[in-house]
Design a protein around this ligand. Sequence first.
Ligand code: ZN
Ligand code: ZN
Length: 573
Amino acid sequence: MPCDIFGLLQYETNKLVIIKSRRLGSLKWSLNTAIFMFIGIMMFWNKEYQEHDLVVSSVTTKVKGVVMAQSPDVGTMLWDVVDHSGIFKEKNSFFVVTNVLITKRQKQGKCPEVLISGKRCLADKDCEKGYWDQRTHGVQTGACVNFDNMHKTCEVSAWCPIEATKKPPRPALFLAAENFTVLIKNNIRFPAFNYFKRNILPEMTETYLKSCMYNRQRDPLCPIFRLGDIVKEAKENFTEMAVEGGIIGVNIKWNCDLDQFFRHCRPMYTFQRLDEKQSNRTVYPGLSFRFARYYNENGVETRTLYKVFGIRFDVLVYGTAGKFSIIQLIIYIGSTLSYYALTTVFIDWLISTSCYAKEAQQDFTKMKVESVEARKQKLLCVSFVDEDHLRLVKPSRKKPLQKVKAVDTHPKKGNAARTRALAAVLQIPPRQKAGTELQEMPQSGCLAWCMCGRCRPSDSLQEQLCCRQSSGSCLTTSPLFDRLLLSRVVLESVLLYREPLLDLPEGGAIRNLRHCAYSLYIDWRFDGSKEDGIPVMPSCCVWRIRDKYPSSDGRYRGLQPETKVLIHSGENS
Ligand code: ZN
Ligand code: ZN
């Protein structure tokens, strides 16, 4: 088989855990149903299944009305629609004059500059011939003349008399423009759907259009508006606004549903003021501009200058149309699938909480998650006879094992089965000659790491381990050591216990007996535990056993933790 170096020739899948629980099952389905309903409601509410298009529109307006006013300067004035709208033409908007300042009979000539924009002067030298700036009304002649009885100003060549700088009349002259009406015609189109419509709806008859007037409550579709109503709907006061003028937005909103069953496409009108309305806070408040009408008076070109204030109405059309689209529906459904993951997130969280585990009397987290730890450096396990716990130590390359500090400690576990086995062993009478054999054992005495005085030197740092931590008598001097580990009867019994038909020669397989003694030692001193670390036997105990059951050639393999061959495993020494 060719080797798959990139791991491509495989398919990974997730392993699932099915929890057969009526409660969790119904919770899952309830949550999923709630999510499904939410998605469904949102889909119909926001019409997520529709494709949309923006409106394209054209607007025409027709203003009707005539107004008569009394001006202190001019007398009676009559303005009709032509006077109003003839002076102002702009796309999608119309203008109605509400106030005016008139300067009659202006002719070109020389006259004193008005007081505010013209500088005052005392003599001709204060005026510069040919001077002009943005604030002056003409070109200075260089003369200083009387403006009135009190003041003198520079004389200018200009349209005389110069327009007096006055505030607009209050109340506004053409307040009656409030009653003007306007017909707004709006044609719209949604190009994506090739759909046309206008705001004069098909069901509107000529008779209706002649008599109707827009009213938000009573007649919200009539395309004819009274200007006073428009300003009122924009929450403004016409009387106040008429003085300096302003801009009002007439919004026509088309939100069309072009689907067969929900077909709906009607304009909705709203109004608001578009310019800054606090005139005392704005530098140039309202809306005003000048124009002039020219005529001939006795062969001299003469003009009437009008400074008009008025309200401009801007018609703003916006809107969208939606129509069912299978692609939009698929995209919407696709985008909502992730919401179902909330159920998993919630239930996973729920079953991981201790409250739920307690109530269900089951911890699902362990079944759900398999935790794997990276392989760590194997620790060595050491048991000292003068300590009641096991030590876990990291093998050191510098210190004897005896001196290495513990990274962790474990209490010894009591084991009933072992205690019973031990009791059985203790039925065997102690050997008489144990004491004499002990005396045969060579004494070390001078090893720095030995505390019991019975260990033997070794080159391997890992083998430099004593049976105790502080000085005292050796573990091998315990009567149990002999009875449990050195008694041939016990060792042979254990070997036969493991392998009942084992052929034990008369002289005994010394190697087998030695290894059996090691494993009994591990069982005894370490509770047989091999999970946390590799048990290491102290030098004195190893040599006590070796002396009793020596190898034929006098060679032993010793501790080899790197190859995971344990001293007690029966494979070595
Ligand atoms: Zn020792
Ligand atoms: Zn010892």
